[in-house]
Design a protein around this ligand. Structure first.
Ligand SMILES: [Zn+2]
Length: 372
């Protein structure tokens, strides 16, 4: 293990493209006529009945700006930036049906609601979604082509809830699935491991590779009934893919120690058994405690990154590509991404610990001399 590295010793490519800022769904604009409109309005109206609170779309361009602003203020040595090409129809069609793609393309330049799970598009959304999927492809090409040891695609809209025929949960195209399929079809990667640590279950990715014999899908998430409600431990794939879906539904309140335990004691042997040629991570940051869904700290994200990186070094010549998924608290999203990049760039993650233990030790050291 390379313990003597410092930040900057390993090169990391971050894929970012301003066109992804043009996805700006606006909950206040009138809905296009459609079957879903009245249902969505009913749901939102019921949800906020009597509450004087303006509903705003949580998956907004400010998420990416928060990340890039922090990385500008506090650059990570070893990180270089690249832009992306929009994914082609052929690339998207490896995981989405042609009819679904045509339905989405028909929305180019329009505003619409696609699903009761609040997946909306604005005039720039289809182009942004193509660039997001293209960014995930670019990340994979960077690491498979050897231009960098690891890569991180700052994608939005996110992707892991999108299935082959359906937009869901803020997701239009399944970016990580498009990247995995591209690695297999165009870059000669036979076996791809997808690790999904977003707090929500990656139901779309699971469905797409449910019966695939050469994609292992490993997903830690807060268990049902938490959104989207899928990802039970008994769901292990089917057909040729039986056993290659590994779901780890977690109870509320899980923190660093629980997640590190899952990764060390389950992900590591699973990956050693599967022997991937490439590792992808659906990297959401909504597990952070500021996002209120689970209880991870920044050290926790650093520790998980180090474990995945070690697996990539062992099995794939270090080839590791991360794809941004969720994370809606801007501070923990930006700081979480930066923490991951530090470890990818060669930094050593700080020790994981239960929240408050270090602070309590300091308080004890402050008071205790009075009683000796
Ligand atoms: Zn999420």
């Amino acid at each position: 293990m390379e313990v003597s590295l410092v930040i900057g010793d390993r090169d990391v490519i971050v894929i970012h493209d301003d066109r992804m800022l043009d996805h700006r769904p606006n909950a206040e604009e009138p809905f296009l006529p459609g079957r879903l409109a009245s249902r969505v309005q009913a749901i939102l109206g019921g949800l906020f009945d009597g509450v004087v609170l303006k509903w705003s779309y949580p998956e907004h361009p400010g998420r990416l700006s928060a990340i890039t602003d922090l990385l500008t203020r506090e650059p990570v040595p070893g990180v270089r930036y690249e832009t992306a090409r929009g994914a082609s129809q052929e690339q998207l069609a490896r995981v989405h049906t042609t009819s679904y793609l045509e339905d989405i393309y028909a929305l180019r330049g329009k505003q619409a609601w696609l699903d009761v799970d609040t997946t909306a598009v604005s005039s720039g959304s289809v182009d942004a979604a193509e660039v997001a999927a293209g960014a995930a492809i670019a990340a994979v090409e960077a690491v498979v082509g050897g231009r960098a040891r690891s890569a991180f695609a700052l994608c939005r809209p996110p992707g892991h809830h999108a299935g082959s025929v359906r937009a869901r949960g803020f997701c239009l195209f399944n970016n990580v699935a498009v990247a995995a399929a591209h690695a297999q079809a165009a870059l000669g990667c036979e076996r791809v491991l997808i690790v999904d640590w977003d707090v929500h279950h990656g139901n779309g990715t699971q469905d797409i590779f449910w019966a695939s014999p050469d994609v292992m899908f490993f997903d830690t998430h807060r268990g049902a009934p938490f959104y989207p409600g899928s990802g039970n431990k008994e769901d292990i794939g089917a057909g040729l893919g039986e056993g290659l879906t590994v779901n780890v539904p977690l109870p509320a309140g899980c923190g660093d120690l629980a997640l590190v335990k899952v990764f060390r004691e389950l992900l590591v042997p699973a990956a050693d058994w599967f022997k991937p040629n490439l590792i992808l991570v659906s990297a959401g940051f909504d597990m952070h405690r500021l996002d209120l869904c689970l209880n991870l700290s920044y050290s926790g994200f650093g520790a998980l990154t180090a474990i995945v990186q070690e697996l990539a070094d062992k099995h794939c010549d270090g080839r590791l590509a991360m794809v941004l998924e969720g994370g809606y608290h801007l501070e923990s999203l930006a700081r979480g991404v930066r923490t991951v990049l530090e470890v990818l760039a060669g930094g050593t993650p700080s020790m994981t610990e239960e929240p408050g233990v270090r602070e309590v030790a300091e308080l004890i050291a402050f008071h205790k001399p009075a009683f000796l």
